[in-house]
Design a protein around this ligand. Structure first.
Ligand code: ADP
Ligand code: MG
Length: 604
């Protein structure tokens, strides 16, 4: 019998390895940027063409390679970073597997130019699908440039598997953000399809965060700092007011490497205690420095999961540092923490402080439904939005999704309600007597429905009602959010936003839809961007509907109100004018009918 085992040709073995390392264009960006960092670059330029499908180019001013090393770098398991397995435990560099370049070259066309400082000329290598096509001397400055073209040209299935450009670009940008945050001492320049997309000059951590995520972080970050023999923890956390319903902007770095850690994440959230509500996520940028021998970065191919030997202790240190920072800021809100901190002080427990309820500014003269057809139809209507004096951070109740549309007949219910009294319960609900049972209305959800239907109907008109803002609001966003808004600018205008591009990553809002409170414009837009980008992934076709839903949700998001009798009745009347009065803007149950029969049964 002949032997049947054969060595796979390199090109095939490399393609298999590539499956692990190169999942999408963003993985290429990550690997190449990490190589540039490991090469000691202080300036890295990233150029992305067609969301990375056609071209990804990374240029650095690092140490460069000799012509032999340049050739070697494309071999599998070729690395300058470790010599033995034991070295893995001391690793300080971003890479060490020696697989990235081999994997990338297996599934793309790669052109590398590189030169070391003292070499008279550099070298240029062209590799296609693991095969070196040419290598020749080239005039080049110190550093390395790697261009990756036609990614997955030889794996059509992979190519097909890629998401649409916006999504792939998001992945790339996310990768760049992680790296840029972890390496403030390096300047990054990003080009997208030939245009400058983002520039992060060398700076300190706080400036870098502001640079990446926009000016809104300028005044809302609290410094965290703690140094012990186990590890050093430093960075910034957001003030409780900046906590969001989604866990965006939560970043951990260990030895300048981004990582994910569920349990540390919970620790930080726990440290906020009652300062935030259970479903909110505070932003944070926490850097941990620990002896590389005490972590294992090797457990995950993309190295985003990390095992800590002293996980428990590090967790306690993080918790204390966050609590300390919050406690301090609560006592002296305007203090600018810089240096003289005595970390041996007792940590102040946030729960010992009262939760600050931020107040909302309301323009008392502003009638959100002025000019609306509804106002004319309903004499009971008062400017109930005036009543929003404060808002409370309260979790959304988890009501199973059902439709009560048929059970709740709007016509008869409205007339009935006009004559009966309403009760506001737990600030969030209105309970009233319907014809066939008790109606329980979730105020926020119902409000989002009312706003949604108003938005949709006004957007159909020639020009949706827009209220001009006396002092135009400047809104700065990070580059990818900016792009999101730019893409849908005409649609936003059709909803009544008077909004213009105002320089790099910046908009100026001169007017907003009649339903949006002027004082909340910035908050609403920010929330809107977040929701929109989430929805967009699923349903780009329904762009207008998407915008309307996101806007309706974000305008209603922050509010809890105390309502008077007549206001509740007017509110209900408005709700039942809506086509889908029992559902919130995003299709959740807004009204529950508890039938009298059912109540009767329960008392049996
Ligand atoms: P690893 O980073 O795990 O060592 P790679 O395949 O990413 O493996 O790179 C292989 C080797 O090529 C690296 O160890 C390094 O010596 C060299 N190299 C790659 N990119 C660069 C660069 N931008 N500048 C200098 N050397 C580089
Ligand atoms: Mg590498």
């Amino acid at each position: 019998m002949t032997d049947i085992i054969q060595l796979l040709p390199d090109s095939v073995a490399n393609q298999i390895a590539a499956g692990e390392v190169v999942q999408r264009p963003a993985s290429v960006v990550k690997e190449l940027v990490e190589n540039a960092i490991d090469a000691g670059a202080t300036e890295i330029t990233i150029s992305i063409g067609d969301a990375g499908r056609t071209s990804i180019q990374i240029m650095d001013n690092g140490v460069g390679m000799s012509d032999t090393d340049a050739r070697m770098s494309f071999e599998r398991h070729a690395t300058s970073k470790i010599r033995s397995a034991a070295d893995i435990f001391k690793i300080r560099s971003m890479g060490f597997r020696g697989e990235a370049l081999a994997s990338i070259a297996a599934v793309a066309h790669v052109e590398m130019k590189t030169k070391r400082e003292d070499d008279p000329v550099g070298t240029k290598i062209v590799v296609k699908g693991s095969v070196v096509e040419t290598q020749e001397p080239v005039q080049f400055q110190r550093g390395t440039s790697i261009q990756v073209k036609n990614l997955f040209y030889n794996i059509p299935a992979r190519r097909k598997f890629l998401k649409k450009n916006e999504t792939e670009l998001k992945y790339i940008i996310t990768e760049i953000y992680h790296t840029a945050l972890a390496h403030c001492d390096i300047s990054f320049t990003v080009y997208k399809d030939g245009d400058l997309y983002a520039k992060f000059p060398k700076s300190n951590v706080k400036q870098r965060i502001v640079n990446v995520f926009g000016k809104r972080f300028e005044k809302s970050l609290l410094r965290v700092e703690s140094e012990t023999s186990i590890c050093k923890v430093f960075g910034f956390i957001g003030t409780p007011e900046n906590a969001k319903k989604q866990n965006f902007n939560q970043y951990f770095f260990v030895n300048n490497r981004f990582f994910k850690h569920r349990s540390f994440q919970r620790t930080v959230v726990k440290a906020y205690g009652s300062l935030i509500s259970p479903q909110e996520y505070p932003p944070f940028f926490i850097f941990i420095e620990v002896d590389p021998e005490k972590i294992d970065v090797n457990i995950h191919p993309t190295k985003t999961e990390i095992k800590f030997v002293e996980e428990y202790n590090i967790s306690s240190i993080i918790e204390s540092a966050v609590k300390y920072s919050l406690g301090k800021s609560n006592i002296v809100p305007s203090l600018d923490f810089s240096d003289d901190t005595n970390y041996d002080d007792m940590f102040v427990k946030p729960s010992s402080h009262e939760v600050k309820v931020p107040s909302i500014k309301v323009n008392p003269g502003y009638n959100p439904f002025a000019n609306s057809s509804f106002e004319k139809e309903d004499p009971n209507f008062r400017n109930w939005e005036q009543l929003f004096e404060d808002f409370e951070r309260s979790p959304e109740p988890d009501i199973p999704q059902q439709t009560y549309e048929s059970a709740i007949n709007s016509q008869s219910e409205t007339s009935h309600i006009q004559q009966t009294s309403c009760l506001q319960v737990a600030k969030k609900y209105i309970v009233t007597q319907g014809k066939t049972g008790l109606l329980i209305i979730d105020i926020k959800r119902a409000h989002s429905r009312i706003v949604l239907e108003k938005l949709l109907s006004s957007a159909q008109q020639e020009s949706a009602p827009c209220q001009k803002i006396l002092m135009p609001v400047k809104i700065e966003l990070d580059s990818s959010d900016f792009d999101t808004i730019s893409d849908i600018l005409p649609e936003l205008q059709s909803f009544g936003f008077d909004i213009e591009i105002f320089g790099k990553n910046c908009f100026v809002v001169n007017g907003c839809p009649a339903n949006v409170d002027i004082s909340e414009t910035e908050q609403v837009l920010a929330e809107f961007v977040r929701m929109y980008t989430e929805n967009q992934i699923n349903a780009k076709e329904k762009i207008r509907e998407n915008i309307a839903v996101s806007l309706a949700k974000s305008t209603s998001l922050f509010r809890n109100v105390t309502m008077q009798q007549d206001e509740m009745q007017a509110f209900i009347a408005q709700l039942f004018q809506c086509q889908s009065h029992s559902l919130s803007a995003d299709g959740k149950v807004a009204v529950i009918l508890l039938e009298y029969d059912e109540i009767l049964q329960k008392f049996k």
